[in-house]
Design a protein. Structure first.
Length: 187
């Protein structure tokens, strides 16, 4: 039975925050199948926030500092998705920048972030960009608030999509910046 395997694996504690209060199964959305490898043990507080039944409390999710490194794929996926929701928080963005997910785990995580009503983010050639792509700048860009110019041809790896489909986020010269997608070309 799935519940027994997951609870045994988790030690009857929330696999995200470690709480032992009201722990139950949580099926990670967009799971590839319905086995134990697609469920996590989560406390009531985590489940309510994951399901949107209560307001997101960024301080509660600082526990993701450990959860995102879990060897259990559905825990990694859930932590990674929540960090993406909280990426306006500096600590969450920093953790996202260093988090590593295997390709299949990242694809599962990204499947849960797709907004079907959202317009695609397009490069200068009209090619759709997705989170994790590498792009090159097609013109020099003055970076507001920084002391450098991002030069044409600079590679920006592992881009992130923003709420605005006209913009992407990426690191240039060690600084995370927002870039107009039309000024990039997919590598």
């Amino acid at each position: 039975m799935v519940e027994n395997r997951v609870m045994s694996r988790a030690g009857s504690a929330c696999e995200l925050c470690g709480s032992q209060d009201l722990v139950a199964l949580y099926e990670v959305p967009f799971s590839p199948d319905n086995e134990a490898d697609t469920h996590i043990a989560a406390c009531q507080v985590c489940r309510d926030q994951l399901n949107g039944e209560s307001e997101l409390n960024a301080d509660h999710w600082r526990c993701l500092n450990e959860a995102v490194w879990s060897p259990v794929a559905p825990v990694q996926v859930t932590a990674w998705r929540m960090l993406n929701k909280l990426k306006s928080e500096t600590w969450a963005q920093d953790l996202l920048d260093i988090a590593y997910l295997e390709d299949n785990v990242r694809a599962w995580g990204e499947a849960g972030l797709v907004d079907l009503n959202r317009e695609p983010t397009l490069d200068c050639n009209g090619t759709a960009l997705v989170a994790g792509d590498t792009v090159h700048l097609v013109k020099d860009l003055n970076v507001k608030g920084a002391t450098f110019t991002a030069k044409r041809g600079t590679a920006v790896r592992n881009i992130g999509l923003s709420d605005n489909p006209l913009h992407i986020e990426g690191r240039v010269n060690g600084t995370r910046i927002v870039i107009i997608a039309a000024y990039t070309k997919k590598a």
